[in-house]
Design a protein around this ligand. Sequence first.
Ligand code: GDP
Ligand code: GDP
Length: 439
Amino acid sequence: METGRPIVAIVGRPNVGKSSLFNRIAGNSHAVVHDTPGVTRDRNYADVEWEDRSFTIVDTGGLDIDPGDQLIDNVQSQVNAALAEASLVLFVVDARTGIMPHDMAVVDKLRASDKPIFLVVNKVDNDRFRNEAAEFYALGLAEPLWTSCVQNDGIRELLDRVVETLPETDETAHDAPATVKIAIVGRPNVGKSSLINSLLGEERLIVDERPGTTRDAVNIRIVHDNIPFEVVDTAGMRRKSAINDELESATVQRAIHSIRQSDIAVLVLDATQDVAQQDKAIAHFIQRQGKASVLVINKWDLIDKDNTTHPTFMHAIDAQLPQLGYVPRVFASALSGQRVTQILTTALEVYREYCTHIPTPALNELLTELRNAHPPPRVKSARPALKYITQVETKPPTFLIFGRNVHRVQQPYESYLVNSIRKEFGFHGTPIRIFYRRS
Ligand code: GDP
Ligand code: GDP
């Protein structure tokens, strides 16, 4: 799913016609319907274009709804997640049954939200049902919209109302990729300025070189494969003597400053030196700031290689920078130019992962599997129950899990979740955050 498209979520108890509505919306608008990866049911989300606007419609139904009391819990979790994720919510009720207790369970939540909520009264196959409409007005939501998915009635009107109401989005985010901002950081003498000079030599399409936000910072713009990159805070790098005798703490300070301004941190190591405390400090900061990263092992030309060299280096880095296990590594030489442009290619791949949004149904499919394979362990006689997951942010990818006793989820279990999310969806080079909310 592209980021930047507003999300419209369909919620409601089972059997009111959510998936029928989804299919009608997709069908009437000639939407591009995506099969969610790893999900056996197809048709979970669709990119809809209507009246020059585009949005993504998500059918949040199809949860494993447990019988009995669990139902209310699950519908509520589903609604919480929809409210967190979506720009607009379609709350579907059934004209034939009228308001049911399971509907009421979510109405308060919907009323309290500041998101636009549309009350969709479905199964209005003839006008007889409209006459019984008073009870729907009594819900205190906006005026009901009437649909019949069977007759294909009211769907186009619904779409008109949706696009009128959706917040404006940054359409440019789709057309042109945003500039990818990169910080090149590392200890003095690892070869940062040599790498930049090498990049500038390789790439002919230099756009400009302009003052950055701070007095002495200089940002360099490079276009590689038609993607604009901005290398932030390169002051001192191209005049290398200036920073070679920097104090240790000044190195870290400078790194922190440029990491803050960027999307991707390229942490440069010197292949001939051990990983130092400063490298660890910078790595730690990259992660804390939620930035994506690429590790460059520079001066690769100075290493005598045989077929054990590469794995030996990989293991050594894993051991010394364990927190960056998910970060891709580029073995490069600024001197020979070997794999220097690969740094930008890898940075771009990482940037895309950093911006990825995983649709809710696919996440919940995974959560169900994980929960079944390994339920969270009991803590102090209470077992956390993870009910529903949704991705609430990108840059960095951030997930929200709803459930009972979720504050008791422990670090090892969270690592299991994070590792499983990576295994399923990638997210190379980007940190992943998980937050919890009781529901
Ligand atoms: P969901 O569980 O909320 O996703 O509901 P479904 O879309 O699976 O629909 C549940 C049942 O209601 C199915 O048998 C549908 O054929 C039926 N249904 C859906 N929309 C309408 C409608 O507008 N009118 C009538 N009469 N039946 C409908
Ligand atoms: P910075 O302080 O991180 O900007 O490092 P510099 O780019 O100034 O490089 C420090 C020293 O390492 C200089 O003498 C460079 O010529 C040398 N150097 C940088 N990259 C490489 C490389 O890939 N291979 C070799 N052999 N030397 C390098």
